[in-house]
Design a protein around this ligand. Structure first.
Ligand SMILES: [Cu+2]
Length: 311
């Protein structure tokens, strides 16, 4: 095979490869990233985190294309078979070393700015309208609407619980939302900034609803906090799970959150308050030591200080 024939063959192969690549990119675009990309979620923060992910990903794509582009071009263009010879004059160049140190630093600092902004926002617990204390137990959750006289436990629903028993004879495939359904879902309003105070009564659990873009440990003796603001038009049901291996039934303490419009939420809360008043129920458990926020993001236990609405 002559050199020219080889060259023509290589060119055709390259053309075919790039055509395939473009076709593949086209189909990915068609599926709107389908299952490849991370999901946007339904909260103010999850959207921000998604935006940050997209931004950083495109920075990485541009860098990869530039670096690999130059590299592949150089490898092909200056290959030995074409008579290229290694440069023996530029064995060390301080100028080049400075340039390839400073440019990456600038890129990293440029990326750190939006990242730091988002992190600060994630930690910003100011101006919350509703505080909900979440307590993890082996193996259920307790939700306490602070200063609203409403609290209840949320456990695995009966159908899932029956189906999961050894030799139950029930096909889990027939159970709707198997292991992702509860008896009493948490109910929250859309469009309202809610602070969740996370703690646990026995071992470490983690409260995680993927669509909210937030996951944090619930640790006995500590109160962690996250805030969630579901976008006003994202009313619906969202599901999650305990995300910290907490014992044999770790897989059986799901989380279900019903997001209602503020008016519907108020009606629900009033009904729940009336219901719990009638039942004479205060807190279903001895109140766990309450929390006093401290500055480092976690919250230390202080036995008698009630959690009040954040300013
Ligand atoms: Cu758990």
């Amino acid at each position: 095979m002559s050199f020219h024939m080889k060259n023509a063959f290589a060119r055709r192969a390259l053309q075919a490869a790039s055509a395939t690549l473009f076709a593949a990119m086209g189909s990915v675009a068609h599926a709107e990233w389908g299952g490849l990309n991370m999901t946007q979620g339904v909260t103010v923060l999850s959207k921000k985190i998604y935006g940050l992910h997209q931004l950083i990903m495109w920075v990485c794509v541009v860098l990869a294309v530039a670096v690999f582009g130059v590299m592949i071009y150089s490898l092909v263009k200056f290959r030995r078979s074409k008579g290229a010879e290694a440069d023996k004059t530029m064995l060390h160049s301080t100028k080049v070393e400075i340039v390839w140190t400073v440019i990456p630093i600038l890129i990293l600092v440029g990326m750190a700015v939006p990242i730091a902004k988002t992190l600060i926002e994630i930690e910003d617990m100011g101006k919350v309208d509703l505080n909900i204390k979440v307590t993890g137990y082996q193996w259920k959750w307790e939700y306490e609407y602070l200063n609203q006289d409403v609290s209840f436990f949320s456990t695995l629903d009966q159908k899932s619980n029956a189906a999961r028993q050894l030799n139950s004879g029930v096909d889990p495939g027939t159970v709707e939302h198997y292991l992702l359904n509860v008896d009493n879902p948490l109910v929250i309003p859309a469009g309202v900034k809610i602070r969740f105070l996370l703690t646990a009564q026995d071992v470490i659990h983690a409260w995680w609803v993927p669509a909210f873009g937030m996951k944090k440990d619930a640790i006995p003796g500590y109160v962690n906090e996250i805030w969630v603001q579901v976008e006003a038009d994202k009313v619906g049901t969202y599901r999650g799970q305990c995300a910290e291996l907490c014992g044999q039934d770790h897989g059986f303490m799901p989380i279900v959150v019903e997001v209602k419009s503020p008016a519907e939420f108020d009606a629900w809360l009033r009904a729940k308050q009336a219901e719990q008043k009638v039942a004479g129920a205060t807190s279903p458990t001895e109140p766990v030591a309450q929390a006093a926020p401290v500055s480092d993001g976690t919250t230390a236990m202080a036995s008698a200080a009630p959690v009040t609405r954040a300013q």
